[in-house]
Design a binder for this molecule. Structure first.
Ligand SMILES: Cc1cc2nc3c(=O)[nH]c(=O)nc-3n(C[C@H](O)[C@H](O)[C@H](O)COP(=O)(O)OP(=O)(O)OC[C@H]3O[C@@H](n4cnc5c(N)ncnc54)[C@H](O)[C@@H]3O)c2cc1C
Length: 406
């Protein structure tokens, strides 16, 4: 192999370039990205960078010098339009073509748009890019009230940032509780209590029928019960979809992301995928899993790099993500498909926002969330991987160490 092209210059793309060099690959590496910024990490965009406590330099994966030193050919502001698999060629937006021996797709996700009247008014924000975060930060600074549509992770983190700036927040979601689809009601209740305690006006089991304004700028949101909530700005956080268009158009197998095996190889043996866009076979779960998590975009690229270099490897890390809201920090480890659990066991007091919760099936731990409790991720992973039944009373008892349970 003489050349690797990586499409998508964000966290997964940059980490893949780094991993290829770490593995000793000294051929050509092209890292091609549509955005004009150096590859950056997105989690700060709804946290420290949005609130102003983290500076711009801190979000970049690597400095500009690093790419030069590592001889990574970084092509920013360049969109790949098509993949010609037969010729091992990429068509770029300027009419140029680029050849590859192996290709890695790290095209990530794009925001789902809200399809309602007024959705394109000024003052309506989405949050995916640095520029989105800059613009939202300015809006928060100049607003007295905002409406957030969607009580998912992004919506909740933006709510915390806006409340920290003393902006009135109304949050609207058709679900019964924030995050209930991801966490189930037992833990989701805590997020409703947390945000209410910080003054967020939660309008649950409620839809949006229209964004209202003067034809140019948004001034409020009409809910499905007819109420209009006034707003100086609106933030839409209604989910993301994997950016599979390139893969689709060149005939790769796509199903909720680019389908890859446990070594992150696609249906074409010279094409690989990692990060948000990859729906990867997970050997521990025996099924394909697509994750929209920072840790996945950080860690999968090493396996993709080794796989491109012909090593026999498998990505089998357990899913992990984190969130920060107000003075609450949390980590989630594991994976629960839908409502495949039969019990949630709490260790610690949910009302004090300091606890661990375990999702269990037949007394086996499937996943755990630690809220304002730290240094337990490895122990939770061990519990999950053991697949051993654990007595729920012992699991709930903080006097018994997690490592003593199995
Ligand atoms: C605001 C925000 C906060 C987050 N917070 C957390 C958190 O707290 N915890 C957590 O676990 N995760 C969090 N995430 C998720 C995490 O950031 C993502 O999982 C991660 O960014 C995925 O990285 P990626 O490299 O796979 O894809 P992306 O970051 O989506 O990057 C894909 C890149 O590919 C480029 N691209 C796409 N198509 C083309 C093309 N045809 N040609 C050229 N370039 C192309 C895009 O422009 C983009 O730059 C957050 C995400 C956001 C947006």
């Amino acid at each position: 192999m003489k050349s690797v092209a990586i499409v998508g210059a964000s966290l997964a793309g940059a980490k893949a370039a780094e991993a290829l060099r770490d593995e000793g690959f000294d051929g050509q590496i092209r890292l091609i990205g549509a955005e004009t910024e150096l590859p950056y990490e997105r989690p700060p965009l709804s946290k420290g960078y949005l609130t102003g406590t983290a500076d711009r330099d801190s979000v970049f994966v690597k400095s500009a010098d690093w790419y030069d030193t590592a001889k990574i050919e970084l092509e920013l502001g360049t969109e790949v339009r098509a993949i010609e698999r037969d010729g091992h060629r990429l068509l770029l937006d300027a009419g140029r073509t680029v050849e590859y021996d192996k290709l890695l797709l790290t095209t990530g996700s794009q925001v789902r748009k809200l399809d309602v009247l007024g959705g394109d008014l000024d003052g309506v924000h989405y949050l995916r890019t640095l520029a989105d975060s800059d613009s939202l930060r300015e809006s928060i600074a100049n607003s007295r009230s905002i409406v957030i549509i969607g009580a998912g992770w992004i919506g909740l983190e933006v709510a915390a940032a806006a409340r920290a700036a003393d902006v009135a927040v109304t949050m609207v979601d058709p679900a019964t509780l924030p995050l209930v689809r991801v966490l189930g009601s037992e833990v989701a209740e805590m997020f409703a209590a947390l945000h209410r305690s910080h003054g967020v006006d939660l309008r649950l089991e409620m839809g949006v029928s229209e964004l209202v304004g003067d034809g140019t700028r948004v001034s409020g949101v009409r809910l499905t019960d007819g109420t209009v909530v006034d707003a100086d700005a609106v933030v839409v956080g209604v989910g993301i979809t994997p950016r599979t268009q390139l893969a689709d158009e060149c005939g790769l197998v796509v199903d909720n992301g680019v389908m890859v095996d446990e070594s992150l190889k696609c249906s074409d043996p010279d094409i690989f995928a990692a990060g948000d866009v990859a729906n990867a076979f997970h050997t521990f779960y025996g099924t394909h899993v697509r994750l929209e998590h920072w840790a996945n975009a950080l860690n999968q690229p090493k396996v993709a790099a080794q796989s491109m270099l012909g090593k026999s490897v498998s990505y089998d890390r357990l899913p992990y993500f984190f969130s920060d809201q107000y003075d609450l920090g949390l980590e989630y480890t594991g994976y629960v498909s839908g409502n495949a659990y039969d019990e949630v066991v709490f260790r610690g007091d949910k009302d004090s926002f300091e606890f661990i919760a375990f999702w269990c099936r037949e007394k086996r731990v499937l996943a755990g969330i630690n809220v304002n409790v730290w240094d337990v991720t490895e122990s939770i992973k061990t519990l999950i991987k053991s697949r051993q039944a654990v007595d729920p009373k012992r699991l709930a008892d903080p006097a018994i160490g997690l490592d003593e349970l199995i």
